[in-house]
Design a binder for this molecule. Structure first.
Ligand SMILES: NC(=O)c1ccc[n+]([C@@H]2O[C@H](COP(=O)([O-])OP(=O)(O)OC[C@H]3O[C@@H](n4cnc5c(N)ncnc54)[C@H](OP(=O)(O)O)[C@@H]3O)[C@@H](O)[C@H]2O)c1
Length: 330
């Protein structure tokens, strides 16, 4: 059984991550390519040997099981809902939405039309996080108190979608969402409150720096991100007996052997994790869940909503300059 994907948008991430991962698999294929520009769709489909191409509507109307949406974040809702209405499953790039309201609209449409949606946080499928969770489970770190995660990089060029307010740009949606999501995975629970400070760029009027403090029941997380930063893609978990550091937590090249630095009693052990294609592992999980071969370890739709609620709380907190409790948002 093959999962037939239609591309909504000929993006860089589709070219660099999804297409190579699909080529690596023998159970997923790209059966339609959609772009705002016909010549671009034609070129992309020629490169990957796909016969069907056209605009986004053409892709939705074609013979596929699901769409892969890699549009600017502010356009995800519109096309996710159109895909759901056509009975298609959805792989939606992160951040799936720019508001909690929008996340609820998408999930309601998916429920109504009985389709599934996964927010494409491919990093979570990398086995290095499972190893961290095993060490925590074995009590190697003692009582866990903190998660500290950083994801930042140099400023994109002015034309990049990440710097466009009308397209849902900004560092919270683009990068800070990663350490926020990772803290939820590592703690295996949801925060109860969020305090954040988003620094706005006065010219493009989007958040270019995000500092987000997440209050969990008996532990805390801190997520820091920025455009115009030296590259960092890490997290640390700090417990009473030990701590763990991952330097390549979110953006991991396919051929990159990652390392977990596990420190205990003044001794740091380096645990090597083989290189994997985390995008391929994500697609495999989606395929298995969609065709009911194997159940995913988390509920896609609940996870998307929980993540969107936290980002909403971070936006509100920064605006109101106060802590926002998650149960204040509905
Ligand atoms: N999971 C990951 O590892 C990862 C990595 C990078 C990005 N992403 C996410 O993937 C999405 C795309 O990011 P990207 O870096 O690949 O961006 P990108 O190269 O700029 O691609 C975005 C695509 O959206 C389409 N589009 C529709 N309306 C547009 C508009 N008004 N302006 C610009 N483009 C428009 C364009 O495709 P057509 O011209 O073909 O219509 C464009 O190629 C974002 O949600 C981002 O957060 C995820």
């Amino acid at each position: 059984m093959t999962l037939k994907i239609g591309l909504i948008g000929c993006s860089r991430v589709a070219k660099n991550k999804i297409i190579p991962a699909v080529h690596f698999s023998d159970f997923i294929s790209i059966n339609a390519v959609g772009s705002r520009t016909n010549s671009k769709a034609k070129q992309y489909s020629k490169e990957i040997g796909c016969k069907t191409y056209g605009n986004y509507e053409d892709v939705i109307a074609s013979d596929i099981d699901c769409v892969y949406i890699s549009l600017p974040d502010g356009l995800h809702e519109k096309w996710a809902i159109k895909a759901a209405e056509a009975g298609l499953h959805i792989l939606c790039e992160k951040s799936s939405t720019t508001s909690y309201e929008s996340a609820k609209n998408i999930i309601n449409a998916c429920k109504l039309y009985n389709t599934r949606i996964l927010e494409c946080f491919s990093f979570r499928f990398h086995p290095q996080h499972k190893k961290v969770l095993q060490l925590i489970e074995k009590n190697e770190l003692g009582k866990i108190y903190n998660f500290i995660g950083n994801f930042g990089y140099p400023k994109p060029d002015n034309e990049n979608i990440r710097l466009k307010k009308e397209l849902g740009g900004g560092i919270l949606n683009d990068a800070c969402c990663y350490p926020i999501c990772a803290s939820r995975i590592i703690f295996n629970e949801e925060p109860i409150g969020v305090m954040s400070n988003l620094i706005m760029d006065p010219i493009v009027d989007i958040d270019i720096s995000a500092s987000v403090f997440l209050m969990y029941k008996d532990k805390n997380a801190y997520a820091e991100s920025g455009f115009d930063r030296n590259f960092k893609s890490n997290y640390e978990v700090w417990g009473s007996k030990g701590n763990i550091m991952l330097n390549r937590a979110y953006a991991v090249p396919n051929n990159f052997e990652t390392q977990i630095y596990f420190t205990k009693n003044d001794n740091t052990e380096t645990i090597k994790i083989d290189a994997v294609d985390q995008t391929f592992l994500m697609l495999k999980t989606f395929y298995e869940e969609i065709f009911k071969f194997k159940k995913s370890s988390f509920n896609f739709e609940e996870d998307l909503l929980k993540q969107a609620k936290i980002l909403e709380a971070a936006r509100l907190s920064s605006k109101k300059k106060k802590i926002i409790y998650l149960d204040e948002i509905d």
